[in-house]
Design a binder for this molecule. Structure first.
Ligand SMILES: Cc1cc2nc3c(=O)[nH]c(=O)nc-3n(C[C@H](O)[C@H](O)[C@H](O)COP(=O)(O)O)c2cc1C
Ligand code: SF4
Ligand code: SF4
Length: 271
């Protein structure tokens, strides 16, 4: 089998998932890449997410050990025609949770045949001056690893004559006890929505455009607390540093993140 065209399907508020999926696709060296970016609010209004390429790479960031809540209702809209697919969980060095099995199940329902899964690392959305977690990732080594994984998937595909006889890999996924106990959306209890510092704001509107939740009022620039997901895309988009990340109970956040702050985790491929 050979994948000459690849469809990338992703959600990526701060861009790490998008970069890693592109790196992986480069390793597969296709003739063409189709992108389905589910990050902007408008792009999530579609009834169907149809994969037109010879294969799909589907990736999301890990939010509280799972597929982000805004993406979950979109998964049943995925449509394939029996093509091979790679599922990717991008996480902020804490853990990939159950994202690979979640995406794998969605592929099965969508008529996509999973040939590989990968867990890759991106800078944690909460990373800032006072909390260095997976800072600067994906770095060169991460990008090289993702590209190498793409090449290995290409070799794997070349050895497959028909998908009907191919057994999808078993993809790991475990929901830690703490994630089972805590209510969804707990990130809001530990982070404040990023308010505007009026003295630095130039009213350029970049944060409004970057917000994947449509949570920022374009006039007042005030954030809707209910819809804000704490992805901090608005902070990264603001070149004037008029928005910033503030932790609530920062000692507790540090304690909870513990090893994830000091121990580097590495990308993994499951074939
Ligand atoms: C609400 C929220 C919850 C998160 N939960 C986790 C998690 O459970 N484990 C983890 O390692 N990273 C977690 N992260 C970090 C993201 O997975 C990580 O920063 C990822 O690279 C973001 O992808 P993006 O740049 O494509 O948006 C979380 C981020 C947010 C905003
Ligand atoms: S991106 Fe920054 S400077 Fe631009 S409107 Fe938003 S807060 Fe203001
Ligand atoms: S307002 Fe909230 S949801 Fe929107 S970009 Fe900022 S942190 Fe993300």
């Amino acid at each position: 089998m050979n994948a000459r065209s690849i469809t990338l399907v992703y959600y990526s508020p701060t861009g790490t998932t998008r970069r890693l999926l592109h790196a992986m696709a480069n390793g597969l060296a296709p003739d063409s890449i189709e992108e389905i970016d589910l990050t902007p609010v408008a792009s999530r209004q579609r009834d169907e997410i149809a994969v037109h390429g010879d294969m799909a790479i589907i990736g999301v960031p890990v939010y509280e050990e799972r597929v982000p809540p805004v993406v979950e209702p979109l998964l049943p809209r995925l449509r394939g025609r029996g093509q091979p697919a790679v599922v990717v969980a991008v996480y902020g060095n804490v853990g990939p949770g159950i994202v690979l099995p979640q995406l794998s199940r969605a592929c099965e329902v969508a008529r996509l045949h999973v040939v590989a899964g990968a867990t890759l690392i991106g800078e944690h959305s909460f990373c800032h001056d006072a909390l260095g977690i997976a800072r600067g990732r994906p770095d060169q080594a991460d990008i090289a690893a993702a590209t190498g994984f793409g090449t290995r998937v290409k070799q794997c595909l070349a050895s497959i004559t028909g998908l009907h006889a191919h057994q999808s890999p078993s993809l790991p996924g475990k929901l830690p006890a703490i994630a089972r106990l805590l209510p969804r959306g707990i990130a809001k209890k530990f982070t404040a929505s990023p308010r505007v510092d009026a003295s630095s704001c130039t009213r350029c509107g970049a944060c409004v455009v970057a917000c994947p939740a449509g949570a920022i009022d374009p006039g007042s620039l005030v954030i809707n607390e209910k819809t804000c997901t704490r992805c901090f895309a608005c902070v990264r988009a603001c070149k004037d540093e008029a928005r910033s990340i503030t932790l609530k109970h920062s000692w507790l956040v540090r304690r909870f993140l513990g090893a994830a702050i000091v121990t580097r985790r590495e990308p993994r491929l499951f074939l």
